[in-house]
Design a protein around this ligand. Sequence first.
Ligand code: NAI
Length: 464
Amino acid sequence: MSDFEFDLVIIGAGPGGYEAAFDAAASGMRTAVIEKDKVGGTCLNRGCIPTKAIMHSSDIYRDANAGAAFGVDVTGLSADLDRIIARKNQVVETLQNGILSRFKKDKITLLQGTAQVKDGHTVAFSPNEDGEESRDVTAKYIMVATGSHPFVPPIPGVDLPGVMTSDDLLDISGPVPEEMVIIGGGVIGIEFATVFFDLGTKITIIEALDGLIPTMDKELGRSLKMNLKKKGIDVHTGAAVTSFTKDGDKIAVAYKEKEKDFVVPADVVLVSTGRRSTTAGVFSDDFLASHPDFLTQRGQIVVDQNYQTAEPGIYAIGDAIGGIMLAHTATAEGRNAVAAMNGKKGDIRMEPVPSVIYTSPEIAQVGLTQDEAKEKGIKVKTRKFPMSANGKTVIEDLDRGYIKLVSSEEDDTLLGAQLMCGRASDIIAELAVAIGNGLKVADVANVIHPHPSFVEAVMDTARL
Ligand code: NAI
């Protein structure tokens, strides 16, 4: 084998691609990863990790500000956005180095440059390094894990300086903005609203649909809206942004709500209106011409249940195939795709998928909601426990929250859970394991949970 022949070449070093590379190398496949940017993908460079690193700083600032209520007086408190961003960069770098050293240890070849698929076993590779020549990389299998990018709707003025996507906002410098308008009350919008509100920015959220976080249970969206409004965040649902215009040092954001026109000023506008699969330029024109329907109209790669495309040597996973665009889903898909290449059935269950929104208190859900069960014609029972009756919640003085369990009316098998509470991001895993293994509500109710804890509220809910 020459240096440019592999068993598997993976395009994209995000959590889908790099974790698949670890599995492939462990299975004895000679593996290469092609990445044009830093390793880690959206998750590590522009998503999960940097947002949570910044949020850890804003949480500390918020809690310190609230210290007096807990008998801790803090004076001279200030938040330095440049240092917060610098620390976030350090966190990202530490984790990037972890991936790079694992590549080295597992003898995975990292090729830094741009890839374009030519056929079922050949990728054209153009190195980033000046002066290095482009060449073909061949492999028995190709895995496309090129991720996604922010979708920006064509609103007039969207190109003005100060109108940003989450990519730009993660590298913002200077003083904490005074006023921020967030377009889109989905996951990204809510997480950035939490961060900047806690740092002292006045926040307005403008969401086109009737409720916030429309991908989650409606009741979570309603409770979240109530919590945000109570804190002092201005939330407008069922509202359409019509334009952005420069107004002195500010941006004037015009929107329509209930047939009336309004304008709100902003120093920064975040456009968080969804993401699209990144597949433009990933396949040569000749390849796409000979493979009609390889991509959907939205540019997502079409795959079967093993993540294999219409071209048998090529697999695709993660945000590039659409569906649930979450880091942990991409990782699971990549692992199962590598298993399929090795002629095995992947061990990872693709359902249920837990999802989390990092706000305060955290929001998480897994499995079916009451509405989804109804749509599927499944009769369900629900149990709901208010977190105001949970000791840890009172100790930490967290905002309104609850745990809701959805189970089958027939035999009380646990089908879904929706949480708004402290540590929901961790607690949801217990419920994912229970649902994934077909446990009944009593199986959760009858196991001793630690006290005092947030998670004991799961047991309390199950005992209702
Ligand atoms: P999203 O799909 O969650 O929310 C976008 C929101 O924008 C929707 O509520 C939509 O109705 C609204 N919208 C669309 N066009 C609009 C317009 N012109 N005016 C006003 N509102 C408009 O997408 P988001 O928040 O951009 O997140 C993208 C992806 O990243 C999602 O798949 C999400 O799951 C993932 N993500 C996951 C995180 C996590 O797991 N904690 C964190 C951040 C992102």
